[in-house]
Write a protein that binds this ligand. Structure first.
Ligand code: T4K
Length: 369
């Protein structure tokens, strides 16, 4: 059996890509808001049902720019249970991250623990829709309103996710997507910021283009965050197959769920019934009544050519770069986040994963129950 990875990028048909490459070659416009870039922004606004979108070269630069666009300073409340880019984006803006524990069901930032961490320096909340599961957006928005804070959602995992009131991406002041190769919707590398009004989009677009507002005028310390025409073309093709790809993921999710739910010590991650998820990840939690520890199972799977990932272990606060900061984050205890980080195992899930491979993975997990 050949090695299986936690994900495998969905790729468009090469035959469909060739004409788009010819167009790029003929035009000679490779980047800087070319026609494919514009077309992809329009198509994504339609598909995601959002008012404005600005494309980026990746999700990390989009996060950094989102914070800059809203002039966020001082302290920002965020989660330790995420990919390190979430917290890095704050430090790149000279903002102090204030980590708060997560909710035990959703594993997203726990709104009940936010208020006790708000100080006079707090200017925003940066929650993450972990695994595409929506945060408690209503509670977070109430707190933000009460304390006059901005909310930027790290929605890197939440492409196409819908909650009780439509697209999850319409919550907060801004939402940030990642279109990295490992994501449900990929443009090789890429990302985006979703915002509510044209003025904010204009500001974001200027910031991602070095701060230029005209050929001879630069009014802000911008960055180069632009998506190029090749990635935009890939994105246009991905939109054609995204629904089919999410359905294939859903099928795999169902097979895992039906077969793993009876295994003692393997706890499944439940998605809220009120949402339409994108099945971006399939995390399970290896608990005490399973015969192996999480790490023993992780390595056992590896021996069998199954490369799972422990998203998100270690917690951001336990990574050297944050542990060794003057705030000494390593000494703060995040009970729920720590338990999740120590027990989580993300199983392979991607559209081209065969039923046979899914059953092989289930069989290995069953064997040690
Ligand atoms: N916020 C959150 C919450 C995020 O999760 C992320 C990124 C960001 C922000 C930042 O967005 P970007 O700046 O990345 O757009 C991966 C991704 O690199 C990262 O994008 C992602 N989150 C994170 C959760 O996962 P690694 O270090 O686990 O990736 P890697 O290279 O080990 O890939 C995982 C597996 O995928 C590989 O074992 C094989 C397969 N793979 C990967 C690549 C890159 C392929 O088959 N083909 C490929 O091209 O971080």
């Amino acid at each position: 059996m050949k090695d299986i990875f936690v994900t495998k990028p969905s790729l468009p048909n090469l035959e469909d890509l060739i004409p788009l490459l010819h167009e790029i070659w003929d035009r000679g416009v490779l980047t800087n808001s070319g026609p494919f870039h514009k077309k992809l922004e329009d198509s994504l606004c339609d598909y995601l049902n959002v008012p404005h979108i600005s494309l980026f070269c990746n999700g990390s630069i989009a996060l950094v720019t989102a914070l800059k666009a809203l002039d966020i300073t001082g302290e920002v409340i965020t989660t330790p249970y995420s990919f390190v880019a979430t917290a890095h984006s704050l430090v790149w803006n000279n903002i102090k991250p204030i980590f708060v524990d997560i909710d035990s069901q959703t594993l997203c930032l726990d709104p009940n623990k936010i208020e006790e961490s708000i100080t006079s320096k707090t200017s925003a909340i940066l929650p993450v829709h972990v695994y595409g599961q929506p945060c408690d957006v209503d509670a977070i928005e109430e707190i933000a309103k009460k304390h006059k804070l901005k909310v930027i959602y790290d929605a890197a995992h939440a492409f196409g996710v819908k909650c009780h009131c439509g697209s999850i991406l319409n919550h907060g002041d801004l939402s940030v997507l990642s279109f990295h190769a490992t994501k449900v919707f990929n443009t090789f590398e890429g990302g985006a910021i979703i915002c509510k009004d044209y003025e904010t989009k204009q500001r974001i677009d200027q910031l991602k283009n070095f701060g230029f507002i005209s050929e001879t005028s630069v009014t802000n310390t911008g960055i180069n965050g632009k998506m190029n025409e090749f990635s935009s073309a890939i994105g246009l093709l991905q939109i054609r197959t995204i629904d089919d790809n999410i359905n294939k993921r859903k099928k795999i999710d169902n097979i895992y769920r039906n077969n793993l739910k009876k295994i003692p010590g393997i706890r499944l991650y439940e998605t809220l019934s009120t949402i339409k998820t994108n099945h971006s990840y399939f995390p399970v939690f290896v608990e005490i009544d399973y015969s192996l520890t999480r790490d023993q199972l992780y390595f056992k799977m590896k021996e069998n050519g199954i490369n799972c990932r422990r998203y998100f272990y270690p917690l951001i606060t336990d990574l050297e770069v944050f542990k060794n900061r003057p705030e000494n984050f390593g000494n703060v205890k995040f009970t729920i986040a720590t338990k999740a980080a120590e027990t989580v195992l993300c199983l392979p899930i991607y559209p081209s994963l065969s039923d046979n491979d899914v059953h092989n993975i289930i069989n290995i997990i069953s064997k040690y129950s």
